[in-house]
Ligand binder design. Structure first.
Ligand SMILES: [Zn+2]
Ligand SMILES: [Zn+2]
Length: 66
């Protein structure tokens, strides 16, 4: 029986490294755990994403899928 499915979390609760505020919906880099809330993400979209499919972590330059 499988109780827990290992799903890749796209959005998880965390403390945003940008605004320092706690948010229930954050993008988290799987490499360095850089956290950005959805609000900052949308506000600074141009910094992170161009395609809307992937975003780049400004901390470690790792590409993450959205
Ligand atoms: Zn934020
Ligand atoms: Zn990172």
């Amino acid at each position: 029986m499988e109780k827990e499915k290992r799903k890749k979390k796209k959005l998880a609760p965390g403390i945003c490294d940008f605004c320092g505020e706690e948010s229930p919906l954050c993008y988290i880099c799987t490499h360095c755990e850089f956290t950005i809330c959805q609000r900052c993400f949308i506000e600074h979209q141009k910094l992170f994403t161009r395609t809307g499919v992937t975003w780049v972590c400004p901390n470690c330059l790792n590409w993450e899928t959205l």
